[in-house]
Design a protein around this ligand. Structure first.
Ligand SMILES: Nc1ncnc2c1ncn2[C@@H]1O[C@H](COP(=O)(O)OP(=O)(O)OP(=O)(O)O)[C@@H](O)[C@H]1O
Ligand SMILES: [Mg+2]
Length: 547
């Protein structure tokens, strides 16, 4: 019988983890639910996780390095070390560098994975599937870039999965821990990582045979900000607060110069401090080497609670905001699943107790993984079992975390009296996925093309209520010889504004898959002097924002 290898990649802001499992193939995309080999994390320098850090190499004999080795280089080569880049994926300005770093980092993971998984053999008896996790709140482009980075790193058959669902899968599938949500359960999944805190509900229908549904909620925009207008809520935000507090009396230039390595020191300090508090201690102190200068750093519980009060209080606001947005009363929540290193804080437990007094770790209504740093990667490696509907729950369906808008701007000097490029709503937030436009959207565009050789139409997608632009999708038409000549001539004239405009009729049919990846099929007709002269059918995926 042939074998399926599944690789789960938890590509995290601060730490990443990669796990793999093997199953017997049952055909039709299904696997035998009893793994030949249960998901197991691949170790890096005897640790189950690897810091998401890249040392670029110095071009003078020191090659690029990854993980812990890269982290060790950071104090000496701050300008050649990169961390936290995951959060920049899909951004218009820093997205390209983030993509290249992610790809380079994932290529390193692939190299290590190939020691355990036949990634390079052309063995027809096995199939390899790669499942990469992403935060629930990621936009279509951030998802697409994550997938593309893994694909270009050489992982085969790459699919995506929400990190919080992956954490659920590891609870449902792990032997011994087997958690079987009953019909009618409503599970709140909270993933507290280095960069983000994500919330999603999983609703298990009362009717047997119906698939559970994952409903992402984003409480952040509706609640007050913390600190000075801060909306982001991850471990790194707390590192920053702690560093600013501990270094409050140090020379600002010194802090600025060593900011990167001090942030790392602050993170380590924070983790030990958090563990100490959990164990009942009320303070922690240690020495930091700042340049060549050892400095004592010390924090008490009382100082922390005063200094971080708005941050600590914010978690409860987020929890309550998630309930409001999901239109769920606290006592309707039957289970809570917690993941992410940042959820180890004592104040997280305190807030949970206040908001959900009926849920307890002791009766397994609050679930935390015994190896929290591995739970997402292992859950991802269970994905083939879940998709085979053999995990004790049916494979969940998903709802869109973001609205998607579309516009075809009248670019250049518009010749119509008023450019009409207001975005049109394509899918609302909460839309059941996958989704397909019922009939194509019809848009007319008229623009003064300024390129003599080709005419271009740019399709713009926007994400969320605040219309955050996603990468453009562009269709290009080569102009005919005579038109090129005419255009070149017309564009040189001072009265070029009167040159013939490019006119298009664009029919857009969109598909949004269950992971919110957008593909659009366009039928574009180009008109010249009112006559249709060219038609193009195009399948458009995310264009090369980062290519
Ligand atoms: N014992 C601890 N107490 C408090 N915080 C901790 C502890 N251990 C780890 N953390 C924090 O958890 C965060 C890392 O969590 P995790 O590894 O789940 O995030 P990530 O996957 O890298 O990020 P993301 O999921 O946002 O991309 C860091 O900010 C880290 O400092
Ligand atoms: Mg994570």
């Amino acid at each position: 019988m042939s074998v399926v290898y599944s690789i789960g990649i938890d590509f995290g802001t601060s730490n990443s983890c990669i796990a793999y499992a093997t199953y017997y193939d049952r055909g039709n995309g299904k696997v035998d639910p009893h793994p030949v080999r249960r998901p197991e994390a691949i170790s890096f320098h005897h640790r189950d996780t690897i810091p998401t850090v890249v040392f670029l190499g110095d071009g003078k004999g020191q090659p690029p390095m990854f993980g812990e080795m890269a982290e060790e280089k950071a104090p000496f080569y701050p300008e050649l070390t990169r961390s936290g880049f995951k959060l920049h994926l899909g951004r218009p300005d820093t997205g390209r560098e983030a993509f290249l770093l992610s790809k380079q980092f994932l290529t390193y993971l692939r190299q290590r994975a190939a020691e355990f998984i036949p990634l390079d053999d052309k063995d027809s008896f096995s199939r390899v599937e790669t499942i990469v996790g992403h935060p629930v709140q990621w936009s279509a482009d951030q998802r697409e870039e994550t997938r593309r980075a893994a694909e270009e790193a050489g992982f085969p058959n790459v699919r995506l999965e929400e990190e919080s669902l992956a954490a659920l899968y590891s609870h449902v599938c792990e032997e011994g821990a087997g958690f079987h949500p009953r019909p009618g359960s409503r599970i709140l999944m909270v993933d507290m990582g280095g960069g983000t805190t994500d919330f999603a509900f999983l609703e298990v229908p009362s009717k047997p045979g119906e698939r559970p549904e994952s409903i992402p909620v984003d409480p952040a925009p509706a609640i007050e900000t913390w600190g000075e207008g801060q909306r982001s809520y991850g471990g790194r935000d707390l590192d920053r607060l702690i560093l600013d507090y501990l270094a409050r009396e140090w020379e600002p230039e010194l802090v600025q110069r060593h900011r990167q390595s001090l942030m790392r020191e602050a993170r380590r300090f924070k983790e030990v401090f958090s563990n100490h508090l959990r164990e009942g201690a009320d303070r922690y102190e240690t020495l930091w080497l700042v340049g060549d200068d050892p400095r004592k750093v010390r924090l008490t519980r009382a100082e922390f609670e005063q200094m971080a009060a708005p941050y600590i209080a914010h978690f409860e606001l987020l929890l309550r905001g998630a309930l409001t947005e999901g239109k769920v009363a606290a006592d309707q929540v039957t289970h809570l699943i917690l993941t992410g290193g940042h959820s180890r804080w004592y104040f997280v437990d305190d807030a949970l107790e206040r908001v959900f007094p009926h849920l307890k770790t002791s009766d397994r209504t609050i679930l935390r993984h015994s190896h929290p740093e591995q739970s997402v990667a292992r859950g991802l490696a269970y994905d083939p079992v879940v998709r085979s509907n053999a995990a004790g729950i049916l494979a969940p369906t998903r709802r869109a975390a973001h609205a998607v808008w579309l516009s075809v701007p009248n670019e250049g000097q518009s010749l119509t009296s008023k450019p009409k490029d207001e975005p049109v709503l394509l899918i609302p937030r909460g839309q059941q996925l996958p989704f397909q436009t019922r009939k194509p959207l019809r848009l007319r565009v008229e623009q003064l093309g300024v390129d003599a050789r080709e005419a271009q139409v740019r399709i713009r997608f926007y994400s969320g209520e605040r219309h955050r632009p996603l990468a453009d999708r562009i269709a290009r038409f080569e102009r005919g010889f005579w038109e090129q000549l005419g255009k070149t001539f017309a564009l040189r004239l001072p009265w070029a504004k009167q040159a013939t405009p490019d006119q298009f009729e664009v029919l857009v049919a969109c598909q949004v898959d269950e992971h919110e990846l957008i593909t659009a099929e366009l039928l574009i007709t180009r008109y010249l002097n009112g006559k249709a002269i060219d038609t193009q059918r195009q399948k458009m995926k995310l264009s090369n924002a980062a290519a």
